[in-house]
Design a protein around this ligand. Structure first.
Ligand SMILES: [Zn+2]
Length: 487
């Protein structure tokens, strides 16, 4: 009886083998991340797992052994969704490279937008390390309508008529038309740098929000003003855009609450919290540095900026050279047609330390060449707030860098449901890093130093950073497009 049973078992085993064998061959994944601490802020998964990736998708997350054409050992490392930066001006390859070494798999120009969406998307196709996308630019549309289109490669206008004068009703209609065309070209919403076009009336702002609302797209905004002087305080600026969102129904994302609201940042956050509690869809973000950076010939530096910001000429510093401006040097640069960037020292470490852990605040870099936030934002948040100050858990930090921006992007495109998650079926955009050593190395003196501690970066299922080194000649970044033009 025992022998007979054994024979039956053998047959069964053989049958199983025959059935399973072809299946096992099919389960050879493109890449397997083995034995990493897999963290997913949406499901709360925080456990050692193996991750199987095929055709750019996460196919399997399991405790079982997985075989892959390429196996990445992640023992002792964290595997998380790739970071999503909603606010990255540096769309050049050098910036994308340092973003990748900071764990970023998607970096979008949402604050201001680009002057020509179709041209931007065409220039990036097949030539991008990480995923890219943009909003339609109100500032650029306004400059065009005023007959002073932005020079190629720039996103901010020089202070002048196009920034400082009120538009006629006809000009506002023309801007609306241009923005609709830009949304048709694949923009992910409308970027409004209101502070860069102070001539825009409250009504112009509402009329632009109306275009976003009509297309069910969000508005991203750099608000009208900073500081406490009324009229035109940071509080009034926050009220203005929350009001426009409430009036029109457009979703609203307020960029860099830290550098706009400065010492009133917590008050601004309480306004956002109140608006949300009463049904207005408004979100915000911050970066972990005390200095801002922008073009010194922009309208942000129109007369009155020292009083508004509570700073002086010497608080403006030229990146790289470290030159502090004087009144004479400021006048020269402000009046110049050449766009010079300046660092603006107007915030305190104490305030930044209060803003970053706030649960409403996403992390976004506002990156551009010249400021260390371009290369170091994400590693710095983990190093400083998770590891050193312990004011955030690692999962909370990851939520601010992955799930929250993905959810914001869902207002623009359904494809974002597959981003910012480390789950079966999600896009294989994954960062593998050492939680003990991850840290920023960029400084105001050396702003393009890549961060340390990112072991692997997978973009659309392609291993872009492999054992802490970038693999050359790979361009796995794809365009993230609005419904006007979805792939
Ligand atoms: Zn800004």
């Amino acid at each position: 009886m025992i022998a007979g049973f054994g024979g039956a078992m053998q047959k069964l085993a053989l049958l199983c083998l025959l059935t399973i064998a072809p299946f096992s061959v099919a389960q050879q994944y493109d890449i397997v991340i083995e034995g990493g601490r897999v963290m997913d802020p949406e499901t709360g998964l925080d456990a050692v797992r193996n991750v199987g990736i095929t055709n750019g998708k996460i196919e399997r997350i399991t405790q079982d052994h997985l075989s892959g054409k390429r196996v990445v050992s992640a023992a002792g490392l964290v595997a998380a969704p790739g970071f999503i930066d909603l606010h990255e001006h540096g769309q050049d390859l050098a910036s994308q490279r340092v973003k990748a070494f900071d764990g970023v798999t998607t970096a979008l120009e949402m604050e201001i937008g680009v002057p020509d969406v179709a041209e931007f998307l065409k220039s990036k196709e097949g030539r991008s390390l990480i995923h890219y996308g943009t909003t339609a630019s109100h500032v650029a549309a306004r400059a065009r309508v005023f007959g002073a289109p932005l020079p190629e490669g720039t996103i901010l206008p020089k202070s002048g008529d196009a920034t400082d004068r009120a538009a006629t009703p006809e000009q506002i209609l023309e801007m609306q038309k241009r923005l609709r065309d830009e949304l048709d070209a694949g923009a992910l919403g409308i970027g409004m740098g209101i502070g860069y076009v102070p001539g825009a009336t409250r009504l112009e702002v509402i009329d632009i929000f109306r275009v976003a609302a009509e297309r069910k797209m969000p508005v991203y905004t750099h608000m009208r003003s900073e500081g406490r002087i009324e009229p035109g305080s940071a509080i009034a600026s926050t009220e203005e855009v929350i009001g426009a969102a409430a009036i029109t129904g457009a979703s609203l994302h307020i960029v860099h609450i830290n550098s706009t609201c400065l010492r009133d940042s917590l008050e601004c956050l309480s306004l956002i919290e109140g608006a949300r509690a009463h049904g207005v869809d408004v979100t915000t973000e911050a970066y972990p540095y005390i200095a801002g950076m922008t073009a010194v010939n922009s309208a942000v530096f129109n007369p009155g900026w020292r009083e508004k910001l509570g700073i002086d000429y010497g608080n403006l510093v030229i990146p790289n050279t470290g030159e502090h401006l004087t009144k004479e040097r400021f006048e020269e640069l402000h009046n110049s047609g050449n766009q010079q960037w300046v660092l603006i020292y107007a915030n305190t470490q104490e305030m930044v330390d209060k803003i970053i852990p706030n649960p409403l605040v996403m992390i976004a870099s506002d990156g551009a060449v010249g400021h260390p936030r371009n290369a170091g934002t994400y590693s710095r948040v983990i190093a400083q707030y998770v590891r050193e100050k312990k004011t955030l858990t690692l999962m909370e930090a990851l939520r601010k860098m992955t799930l929250m921006p993905a959810q914001m992007l869902e207002r623009s495109t359904a494809t974002a449901h597959k981003k910012g998650r480390l789950q079966e079926g999600a896009d294989a955009d994954i960062v593998v890093f050492d939680p003990q050593t991850i840290s920023d190395r960029s400084t105001f003196e050396k702003p393009m130093e890549p961060s340390a501690g990112i072991h692997e970066l997978i973009v659309s299922g392609v291993l872009l950073i492999d054992q802490e080194k970038m693999v050359p000649n790979l361009y796995p970044g794809k365009g993230i497009l609005g419904p006007g033009k979805s792939h």
